[in-house]
Design a protein. Structure first.
Length: 236
């Protein structure tokens, strides 16, 4: 068993334990393996260990890695799912629209419009999440909480996109309770938008929690945790 496969088992054990502790079905939480800065070899090790969904922060790096993995795995690579989870600039939207299955970091309408226009017609709709700047960090990407519902309504109308939910990356909290409370604020916005019934379809994805805080995020209602360090190791 490789180190990556062992560490994937450990992360899944953490997910299962957190779900059991708060009375949730472990199947209700997906694991996104964040492979940024790690090469195709690391991704392939994770694939052989059963992992199928991968997150990349940088579009150019992600596109290159996707191509390398497809070359190595051939048709088996078609079962993989690639998520763009980093800040997305206008000059990168075409690459993201053409190569990724998900974009989780939409924080303004212009980016969503470009992704919609640039999604190739032969591909399935691009699955998207809105990134929420839940704790108001001045240097952080994300739409302010007060503007999330309006942006969700606008994005949900765009062709070639499917609005799946919300994503948040809050600053580290002082303890489990504080972290859970912060994640719960994103969950509250998610629930309020769904309860309003103004979207064409209910959102089903709440992408919250990373290596350090995945337990708190799961207790708050996360349906997808984005884990890199605990799977692939530290980054330089």
């Amino acid at each position: 068993m490789t180190t990556i496969s062992q560490q994937l088992v450990t992360v899944y054990d953490r997910i299962h334990a957190a779900c059991n502790a708060c009375g949730r079905d472990p199947a209700s939480v997906r694991l996104l393996a964040v492979s940024k800065t790690f090469g195709a070899d690391a991704v392939i090790d994770a694939v052989f260990a059963g992992q199928r969904a991968f997150g990349e922060n940088y579009v150019a790096e992600g596109v290159e890695k996707i191509a390398a993995v497809r070359t190595r795995l051939g048709s088996a690579a078609g079962a993989l799912e690639w998520h763009c989870i980093g800040p997305l600039q206008s000059n990168k939207t075409r690459q993201a629209a053409e190569h990724f299955d998900w974009v989780q970091s939409i924080d303004r309408l212009k980016i969503a419009q470009r992704l919609s226009e640039q999604r190739p017609p032969g591909l399935a709709p691009l699955q998207v999440c809105l990134q929420v700047n839940i704790d108001g960090g001045a240097n952080k990407s994300g739409v302010p909480p007060r503007d999330v519902a309006e942006l969700a309504h606008e994005v949900a109308q765009l062709p070639h996109l499917a609005l799946r939910g919300l994503m948040a990356i809050p600053e580290p909290a002082i303890d489990f309770i504080a972290s859970r409370a912060l994640h719960a604020r994103t969950k509250a916005i998610f629930d309020q938008i769904n309860a309003a019934g103004l979207l064409p379809a209910r959102m089903d994805t709440l992408s919250m929690g990373m290596t350090a805080d995945l337990e708190a995020a799961i207790h708050a209602g996360s349906t997808m945790v984005r884990v890199g360090t605990a799977i692939f190791g530290g980054r330089g």
